[in-house]
Ligand binder design. Structure first.
Ligand code: IVH
Length: 672
């Protein structure tokens, strides 16, 4: 067989396999092979197609990535109009609907197909001879837009139907949605890019599907759920809606697993109650349920009224968006100092829960939506997500409402609020002093790699904070034995042990102390660089941003963070009190010039147990020489120091050809 012929055969095989695995993964949620294996198949196909472009077919799974942007969408006339549904908002309306249908059919009881009403965008997919040939939006029901290129990028839309017994022409109808997760991820990304966020998953799905550039659509996690068929030519369909959905599933399309067949209006109501109670747990937003008379012949008998079938009814859930008023905008300070504006709202019931607050995220978000005190706004609450202000009803804005501006002082401790370059959140800079940040600050301060206060665990810190024992960090060193002994699970003896722990921790090192301060962006390595460069805490505290940036590894953002920290008088006061309480460290010889040592600047990994020192001690000595100590081996590692019982890291280092030092060689190099 010629190469080209072999390639053609292999490409066909790969397509079948990939389409199969795609269906398992995206439609059935039940993958058979690991992701890497799937990627391997896809890559192999891509390679063949790159070599033989003639082999690329329309249904090739490589053709989902998005094509060149369009100037405009073409219009599509729906052969069968895409109708809407009549709505019911109460069980009385449901019963009335059922009664009318029973009368018209002359029956006692009707069997219904009950389904979730997904909140997205209606879509029509046309398959010819099993191949996806067109995707169109609903538009006004008669004429929609051709969004074929975009629809092809949706992973749960099969490009080719499964099996053999599909009709010559088949139109599938369904809803394109974004899951809650997908929506939140998308909005988070948009916020990070400082781009417009979407008000709700529905808008996000609609905005994503109606992109002229399908590469944008491809990057959005859209999903399809099918709920019916349109035109069908060439085969006889099964006699009921529920069986048709079963058939649609067999063709490889995704149908909601929540579809049920129920009896009479009572069955419908039970289904409604059940779905409503599980609404928040569903992975996507549902704005109600839909009941459809199941038997096709009964549907035909019932027919249509204007734009909606008489055989179907949407039973709506309480809305997740409501209108209310912003009474005030408060500022909340989180445990890490992050400062978040929160709208206090005129209480309003949204989706069955009373909402009084909504997050406003940050100043950018407030500016973008232009939310002001006194504004009438649309609020939204969905799932367990914090309620949000979606938009302002501008026509209702009271005269004289002023633009909101975040305060520049922390409402908890009056320290300055700063926003570092490149960060969306603003933070209170009184890290050591601010009551909102106290707990986390103490936990960090006491931790092993910081001040290493033996016996002071997280639980104890929380108790001390609750009892109001600690106002700022330095109070730790003024606790008395009685106070400590009064805490839960503390006796005389453990209180004494803790006091000893406090005493012992007072003898520290400058790098540890700097790290313990919990300055944002200052980890152990940076603390070390600062200490060795400046030599004293006073010098660091006095340094301007330029001087700070001269330190190896300190860039403008870290410099800004350190600078701001020491400009805060509250922080300086706490540091002074800590030193008065006896916290001290040995002098550090400043070495603003790079250290001249064979290990300086080298990347080193420690593994196994050393006899002559602990791992922390080895790390400290290496850092003092300007070496970088890392936890994992890579091609960039210069040396691996292997003690007793070194394991997988040593193995990996050997594979990568990284130089190995045993303890003797390591000690000789340290002293070089
Ligand atoms: S059936 C003639 N079933 O709701 C029947 N629609 O208000 C037409 N929708 O445009 C649709 N979930 O976008 C049907 N399980 C479901 C649905 C559903 C959501 C949407 C659909 C339609 C709108 C009608």
């Amino acid at each position: 067989m010629s190469n080209a012929k072999q390639a053609k055969q292999r490409a066909a095989e790969l397509r079948t396999q990939i389409n199969h695995h795609n269906h398992r993964y995206y439609v059935l949620n039940d993958p058979e092979i690991p992701d890497v294996e799937y990627d391997r198949l896809l890559r192999e196909l891509e390679q063949i197609e790159a070599q033989y472009p003639d082999l690329i077919t329309n249904d090739s799974p490589t053709q989902r990535v998005g094509a060149a942007p369009l100037a405009a969408f073409a219009s599509v006339r729906h052969a069968l109009p895409m109708l809407s549904l009549s709505n019911a908002f109460s069980s009385e309306e449901l019963q009335a609907f059922d009664r009318r249908a029973c009368e018209k059919l002359g029956v006692e009881k009707i069997r219904y197909s009950a389904e979730p009403k997904l909140d997205g965008l209606a879509i029509s997919l046309l398959y010819e001879d099993g191949l996806l040939v067109r995707g169109a939006t609903r538009g006004d029901g008669n004429t929609g837009e051709d969004v074929s290129q975009n629809v092809r990028t949706i992973a749960s839309v099969p490009l080719r139907l499964l099996g053999e017994n599909y009709p010559r022409r088949l139109e599938i109808r369904g809803e394109v949605i974004l899951s809650r997760r997908g929506f939140e991820d998308l909005n988070r990304r948009q916020r990070e890019l400082n781009a417009k966020t979407f008000a709700n998953p529905r808008n996000a799905a609609a905005g994503s599907l109606r992109q002229l550039d399908s590469r944008v659509t491809a990057a959005r996690p859209l999903e399809l759920y099918c709920y019916g068929v349109g035109i069908v030519e060439g085969i006889e369909l099964p006699p009921s809606h529920s069986e048709i959905l079963e058939q649609v599933r067999a063709w490889g399309l995704r149908v909601s697993p929540e579809v049920r067949v129920v009896e009479g209006w009572q069955g419908c109501l039970d289904y409604y109650e059940d779905m409503l109670s599980r609404r928040e747990q569903l992975p996507y937003e549902v704005d109600g349920v839909v009941y459809k008379v199941d038997r096709n012949d009964q549907q035909q008998q019932l027919g249509f009224v204007s734009r909606a079938p008489r055989w179907a009814l949407a039973h709506k859930f309480p809305a997740q968006e409501e209108v209310t008023r912003v009474l005030a905008i408060d500022i909340q300070v989180g445990r890490t100092g992050a400062v978040t504006p929160v709208a206090r709202l005129q209480p309003v019931s949204v989706g069955g829960v009373t909402v009084t607050n909504a997050t406003l995220h940050n100043q950018d978000e407030i500016d973008r939506k232009d939310i002001r005190i006194g504004d009438t706004v649309i609020v939204r609450r969905a799932g367990d997500v914090i309620p949000e202000v979606v938009s302002v009803v501008l026509s209702e804005r009271p005269d004289g409402a002023e633009k909101f501006k975040m305060p520049d002082k922390c409402p908890v401790c009056a320290s300055h609020i700063v926003r570092l370059d490149g960060e969306v959140v603003a933070r209170c800079s009184g890290g050591l002093y601010c009551a909102a940040q106290r707990r986390e600050a103490i936990k960090h301060f006491a931790s092993r790699r910081a001040m290493d206060i033996e016996g002071l665990g997280d639980k104890l810190v929380e108790q001390m904070d609750e009892r109001g024992f600690i106002h700022d960090l330095s109070d730790l060193y003024h606790l008395d034995k009685q106070q400590i002994a009064s805490l839960e699970r503390m006796g005389e003896k453990s209180a004494q042990n803790l006091l000893d722990g406090f005493d012992k921790s007072k003898e520290t090192t400058l790098p540890r102390f700097i790290f313990a301060l919990g300055i944002r962006m200052v980890g152990e390595a940076t603390a070390h660089s600062l200490a060795t460069y400046f030599g004293t805490l006073e010098a660091i505290a006095a340094a301007d941003k330029e001087a700070l940036q001269a330190v190896p590894d300190v860039g403008p953002i870290v410099a800004e963070s350190v600078y701001r920290f020491f400009r805060e008088q509250h922080n300086r006061d706490v540091i002074a009190r800590l030193r008065q309480a006896g916290v001290h460290w040995p002098r550090v010889r400043p070495s603003p010039k790079p250290i001249d040592h064979p290990l300086s600047g080298k990347k080193i990994v420690l593994t196994g147990t050393l006899e002559s020192m602990t791992r922390d001690q080895a790390k400290a000595r290496l850092q003092a020489l300007g070496a970088k100590v890392s936890g994992s081996v890579s091609v960039k590692t210069d040396y691996i120091v292997a003690g007793e019982d070194a394991g997988s890291k040593l193995e990996k280092a050997r594979q990568l050809g990284v130089a190995t030092l045993d303890e003797q060689a390591f000690l000789r190099l340290l002293d070089a």
